[in-house]
Design a protein around this ligand. Structure first.
Ligand code: WT7
Length: 653
């Protein structure tokens, strides 16, 4: 039995959900009238331009529609409607890598977004429904570009700045983007780094859809300007009018695409809606983070991931909060950077990934004690399981044993939190995501819908559609159905399967046990093994490859690749570089095709892979071998059972 931590009531003034009775009441309200309860929230929270006709349309399941017929504008929801009461409130507090600061009030953000929206329309011909790829560092212009798209009904697709030119190109082509918004580069650990050259390289082939590139000058380093294609953001935006009407869009109009990895094939463009997404972004800001008017909220994610979308930009701004945007890294100039910022900005909610917590614990365990962290009320984690050791340091040293820790489970596809403690209500068990939020029917079941016994692993499914769910995979409806609604059923009807396993205990607490598919979670980022394998195969000497995850002290999971080399005739032996050289080259290929985030931590050269007679690679065996565990799986069904021993010998050596 793990110890239970009760929320410290003195930390909370009028939280929206005060205790477990209120939680249960809300859950029951949804049980009694699912659609009606969602409608109450939608009516209360969203500033509708036109009321909706239907709450939930299930006629074309699993392509669910929420609040159909309604019209709104997400930029209006995030900015305009706050002008009456908060025009001079800080909307975004930006801190640069080297400590430079910029504060945008709601009024200033309003004008910046309007001007940028006008520039997108007038200078780049961006129209409602057009796709805009944003490949940017963590600077306020990135937020402005997102909201400018929302304002005119353009669909943004942010590509994380760590992705390579090839990865960027794939995403541009898949989305058929018309405009790319980027920066010359930015700063990291006190030094400039570049982004624009990556865009140039990406656009070298196959990106005819891209008409213009809009460049923010952040670090002032030299870049190439392609005449007629490349334009300076600053130069153009300053002449635009700061008035731009917010374009009314349908509830289901796509707000953005965000590419994420699956177990097979290329990354998929997860498509989110306008109304359902923004409703849940705002509600979870209020429920999970207990956001109050005077709070300063800091989520350390990058805007290139869903956490950055929902909890740096859309959630906080929809809730009218002050959100912190940080360009740098937590360990520069030292491991006290985050705590220094918490002290300086008097941060009330701090939200980060277990990887960052482990890193800060390892490199600066005593740092929190050097700062005044008394403003903190809620500490959040997201992206991967947190281990009890990191949890306990976070709770005791960062939170002084006073803050509530919210271990939030959710996904790119869910848009916002699904399973998480409520900070003022839920008694927490360390490293446990606890209970589904009201309105979210998250269940641990077998593939046929039977609930699993307490303490047994099962599939983590969400068995009712919810407003902020993924709508489809851009351009691939079949893949959408197959990826999420193909594996699990309840009462004979396909239900959303997350790809994660989970376990419910006697008291209903849900613990996430990790992916059940071939997806690895590196530092809280999803990496498809198939994608990494496809990259490695592009090295000339590689015949076969299998990639698995291996536990990693800081990153949660590291990437382990088993590589079978092509046989080389003896006379050509010396053209094949030695193993160290090959490892470098293979990682070089990965860096080019995906980006540094997918580099392998280990590469082992093996004579063959454990395959069944039908040719399926038994990754479970490879996972055990990578961990140095005894192989418990039955190897008799393998085409060549002796391969397991051979691989083991190589790894031992
Ligand atoms: C996958 C989703 C959601 C934003 C960041 C990642 C894992 C997420 C937790 C948690 C254990 C977690 C799951 C999930 N995950 N949160 N609190 N505890 N695992 O978004 O890239 O879409 O990845 O991250 O495996 O499926 P993502």
């Amino acid at each position: 039995m793990s110890k239970i931590y009760h929320p410290q009531k003195k930390m909370f003034k009028e939280p929206l959900i005060k205790n477990m009775c209120e939680y249960t009441e809300l859950v029951e309200k949804f049980e009694e009238d699912y659609e009606g309860t969602w409608a109450c929230f939608a009516d209360e929270k969203i500033d509708w331009f036109k009321p909706y006709d239907k709450i939930l349309d299930e006629s074309d399941a699993p392509f669910y529609k929420w609040f159909d017929g309604g019209e709104l504008n997400v930029a209006h929801q995030c900015i305009d409607r706050h002008l009456e009461t908060k025009k001079n409130k800080a909307a975004i507090i930006f801190e640069g890598d080297n400590g430079d600061q910029r504060i945008l009030t709601y009024r200033e953000l309003y004008y910046e977004v309007n001007k940028t929206a006008n520039m997108f329309k007038n200078k780049f011909g961006v129209k409602k429904g057009d796709r805009v790829v944003i490949y940017m560092p963590m600077i306020p212009e990135a937020a402005v570009a997102m909201l400018a798209c929302a304002r005119i009904g353009a669909i943004h697709s942010i590509v994380f700045g760590g992705f390579s030119a090839d990865a960027l190109r794939d995403r541009i082509i898949d989305a058929e983007a018309k405009l790319v918004v980027t920066a010359d580069g930015a700063y990291r650990k006190g030094k400039p780094y570049m982004l624009k050259p990556v865009v140039d390289k990406a656009l070298e082939e196959g990106c005819e859809c891209v008409e213009k590139v809009c460049i923010v000058e952040r670090n002032g380093e030299d870049i190439e300007w392609v005449a007629g294609r490349d334009y300076s953001f600053e130069e153009l935006v300053k002449n635009e009018s700061s008035k731009c009407d917010a374009e009314p869009v349908d509830s289901e109009h796509p707000l953005f695409l965000l590419y994420t990895s699956g177990s097979t094939g290329k990354p998929k463009g997860v498509q989110h809606s306008s109304a359902g997404y923004i409703l849940w972004a705002q509600m979870t800001m209020e429920w999970t983070f207990d956001i109050k008017d005077n709070d300063t909220f800091w989520c350390t994610a990058d805007i290139g991931w869903i956490t950055g979308h929902t909890y740096i930009i859309y959630g906080p701004l929809a809730a009218g909060a002050t959100t912190v945007m940080f360009e740098g890294v937590p360990t520069f100039p030292d491991a006290g950077r985050c705590w220094k910022m918490v002290e300086e900005y008097r941060i009330n909610q701090f939200y980060t990934a277990p990887t960052a917590i482990r890193l800060l614990h390892k490199t600066g365990a005593d740092e929190p004690a050097k700062y005044d962290l008394s403003s903190l009320r809620i500490l959040g984690t997201v992206g991967e399981p947190i281990d009890p050791e990191a949890w306990s340091w976070y709770y005791n040293e960062v939170g002084s044993g006073q803050c509530s820790i919210v271990d939030t489970w959710w996904q790119t596809e869910t848009g916002g939190h699904m399973i998480t403690p409520l900070p003022a209500a839920t008694p927490i068990k360390p490293a446990c995501a606890t209970f589904p939020l009201p309105g979210i029917k998250a269940e641990v079941i077998e593939a046929d819908g039977t609930p699993t016994e307490a303490g047994e692993k099962g599939y983590l499914c969400i068995t009712k559609p919810w407003p902020s769910m993924i709508r489809t995979i851009w351009g691939d409806k079949e893949r959408f159905k197959k990826s999420y609604f193909g594996d699990c059923k309840k009462d004979g009807k396909p239900v959303y399967f997350s790809g994660d396993g989970a376990m419910k205990d006697e008291e209903g607490y849900i613990t996430i046990t990790g992916r059940t598919d071939d997806v690895i979670n590196v530092s809280g980022h999803r990496m498809g093994t198939a994608e990494v394998e496809a990259a490695v195969k592009n090295h000339d000497h590689v015949a076969e490859v299998a990639v698995v995850g291996k536990p990693h002290d800081i990153k949660g999971e590291g990437i382990f690749a088993y590589v079978v080399l092509k046989s080389v005739p003896v006379e050509e032996k010396d053209v094949v570089a030695d193993e160290m050289e090959l490892i470098k080259e293979i990682n070089g290929v990965i860096k080019n095709e995906i980006g540094a985030i997918a580099l392998c931590d280990d590469i082992a050269f093996v004579p063959g892979l454990p395959k069944t007679r039908s040719g399926k690679i038994m990754r479970r065996i490879l996972r055990s071998l990578a961990k140095g565990e005894e192989v418990k799986q039955d190897t008799s069904t393998l085409e060549d059972p002796s391969i397991v021993g051979k691989i083991k010998e190589i790894l031992d050596a």
